[in-house]
Design a protein around this ligand. Structure first.
Ligand code: AHR
Length: 621
């Protein structure tokens, strides 16, 4: 009979060995099973759609590298290998592990949208690579795949014009991203009169591309250029073109892995042109930690810049990429801000946010509020260039006519951030747009009205237009009409030019009532000031605003939300003017050499009379 402690010896040893194995398992595989929240302060789960293509391997590497040095933080990864069922299971397991935030590249948009919305109800969610339906997530980070398709078409058309054969072949995969890129590509290419054919692979791998072309060399008949939707596919294409002795065919590649060898292949002529498409891994880690540590509301979307490159661009692009990184915090920054001189609650809040944030961040901002016209704003940009500003930010009063002065800023090496309003100029003439999705604001207002008045017969809408030629006025109109046109009973009876002004809103509506009487059921105002002007005109005419006439508006200013609470307005789409933090952070990124963000779109609420009162208070403007 063994002594008591002897009897326990083997058992204790076995337990120790098991504990050792478990710990080793956790450390080696990074497996989260059993990782308790208590062991780290921030536990971030990453659900990858799959890792079978190079760019997703690179995304994981970028996420891991960016997360590696973070204190008290662990990133745990799950790979769904292309299966939506497995991704759902992976996400459930991550939730069981107690993650504080989920980063997800969705497998199947339809299946994953409700799953992501459910998780978003519990913890923050960053969606990457392909979007989901709606906006039930914290932030989307990824490229604009429609732009990628258009950029591909421009490059392909340049090259096919010089090629002997005029045929264009697209090779991608049967996936959401490829379809988005392809739709834009084909729309542009067919417009140019070139014919194009398309091959969609089951899996966007090297072998799949090579095997497909080797099995169907006839696909290459009459082809002068191939547009490859990913660099992985392009590598397989190249191998097939060598074997089929068709190296006369030019290859344009979307490089979404950022592998340096792709720039080498561009320089050597193996690739005729490249579209650089960053994965966004670094941005996702930065956004995740910003949200977890500071609970700051991140933008709704961070659209990454895709950059067309030709052989001559390769060296400069490589050097720029090697330099990229966040500007040192102590970097002294002098910013020139060209503001719109406008007497509105929105504009006051916008300027206050810019100046207060700059002061807090130690960025020296010279803000000039010019006459609200292009010429005055152009003159101010030129003055800032002469004064040697490190960076210029502009709220462009109108969208047209900016190419010349933006070209001058670019030639002078002064980066430009567009704030709050966009311009119709090539994206290589400015560094980033920070503002709202104005079309979505218009859609939200129309969607609300359709739901509110559906089935009540004809609904006549009086539209109050913002500043003529400005991107918010143009886009809010477009978004509103896109939705409203879904029901022929809803009609815009008149669109009155009110220039975002309360006084003009009141004048125009009063004059309209005098001339036509109350022949409309609703008012859609492109901003709160005009809506509040309309409220006064209606009251003076003896009509109950918000009751006899439904009123929708955009911005979400204090006075508008007060009118909403009192029932004089019915629905307000938020368009936040509080852009200071995003502008200053992006200025630091750009001056640090990182120009990966093309658009930063703010997070926007939609308020109605049933909105929870606490949501309406303490919003800062
Ligand atoms: O550019 C945004 C618009 O500018 C706001 O909606 C409006 O109030 C301001 O004039």
């Amino acid at each position: 009979m063994k002594k008591k402690n002897e009897r326990r010896g083997p058992k204790i040893r076995a337990l120790l060995l098991m504990a050792l194995a478990l710990t080793a398992g956790l450390l080696v595989t990074g497996c989260s099973r059993g990782v308790h929240k208590a062991q780290v302060k921030y536990l971030v789960g990453v659900s990858m759609a799959d890792e079978s293509v190079r760019w997703r391997e690179v995304l994981r590497e970028e996420l891991e590298d960016s997360a590696a040095g973070l204190e008290n933080t662990r990133f745990i990864f799950r790979n769904a290998s292309g299966s939506a069922a497995k991704q759902k299971e992976d996400i459930n397991r991550l939730l069981e592990d107690g993650i504080d935030l989920l980063i997800v590249t969705p497998t199947d948009v339809d299946q994953m949208t409700p799953v992501i919305a459910r998780v978003y109800g519990q913890i923050p969610v960053i969606v990457m690579d392909r979007g989901v339906e709606g906006f039930d997530y914290t932030e989307f980070i990824g490229p604009d795949n429609i732009l990628v398709g258009e950029q591909g078409a421009v490059l392909v058309e340049e090259i096919v014009d010089e090629a002997y054969y005029k045929g264009i072949l697209e090779i991608g995969e049967a996936s959401y991203i490829s379809e988005e890129r392809s739709r834009a590509f084909e729309k542009h290419v067919n417009k140019a009169g070139h014919y194009s054919n398309k091959v969609l692979l089951e899996k966007a791998t090297k072998d799949a591309a090579e095997d497909k072309l080797m099995a169907h060399p006839e696909y290459l008949s009459g082809v002068g250029v191939i547009f490859a939707h990913t660099d992985t596919v392009a590598q397989g294409i190249r191998r097939a073109l060598v074997r089929l002795d068709r190296r006369d065919i030019a290859v344009v590649v979307v490089d979404d892995s950022g592998d340096v060898e792709n720039l080498d292949l561009l320089e050597s002529g193996d690739y005729a042109a490249l579209i650089e498409c960053p994965t966004g891994g670094r941005e996702a880690v930065s956004a995740a930690m910003e949200f977890l540590k500071n609970d700051t509301q991140p933008p709704q979307q961070l659209i990454l810049r895709s950059t067309p490159l030709r052989a001559a661009d390769a060296r400069v692009y490589r050097e720029k990429s090697e330099r990229a990184g966040e500007a040192p915090a102590e970097l002294e920054i002098h910013m020139g801000y060209v503001q719109i001189d406008e007497d509105s609650a929105f504009r006051v809040a916008n300027t206050t946010s810019i100046l207060n944030t700059a002061k807090r961040e130690g960025i020296d901002v010279t803000l000039a509020a010019t006459e609200p016209d292009l010429a005055s704003q152009e003159a101010q940009v030129r003055a800032f260039i002469r004064e040697g500003m490190d960076i210029i930010a502009v709220s462009p009063v109108v969208a047209e006519g900016w190419e010349t002065v933006l070209g001058e800023a670019k030639a002078a090496g002064v980066p430009v951030i567009l704030c709050d309003r966009g311009v119709d100029a090539p994206i290589d003439l400015y560094d980033c747009f920070i503002g709202a999705d104005y079309q979505e604001e218009g859609r939200k207002c129309a969607d609300w009205l359709l739901r509110e008045r559906i089935g009540t017969g004809q609904v006549q809408v009086l539209e109050l237009l913002g500043t003529e030629g400005s991107s918010p006025a143009r886009d809010r109109h477009a978004g509103f009409m896109e939705e409203l046109d879904k029901d022929e009973n809803f009609v815009v009876c008149a669109s009155l030019p009110c220039d975002f002004s309360k006084e003009k809103g009141k004048q125009e509506v009063a004059a309209y009532l005098e001339e036509n009487g109350l022949d409309f059921d609703a008012i859609y105002a492109h901003n709160d000031d005009m809506a509040l002007g309309a409220v006064e005109a209606l009251e003076e005419y003896g009509v109950m605003p918000g009751a006899d006439v439904l009123i929708m508006s955009v911005d979400g200013t204090r006075d508008a939300l007060k009118a909403l609470r009192s029932g004089k307005l019915n629905a307000v789409a938020e368009c936040t003017p509080l852009l200071g933090p995003a502008i200053m952070e992006e200025a630091r990124e750009i001056l640090g050499g990182n120009t990966r963000a093309l658009k930063i779109l703010t997070n926007e609420q939609f308020f109605t009379s049933s909105t929870d009162q606490e949501l309406l208070s303490g919003r800062g403007y």
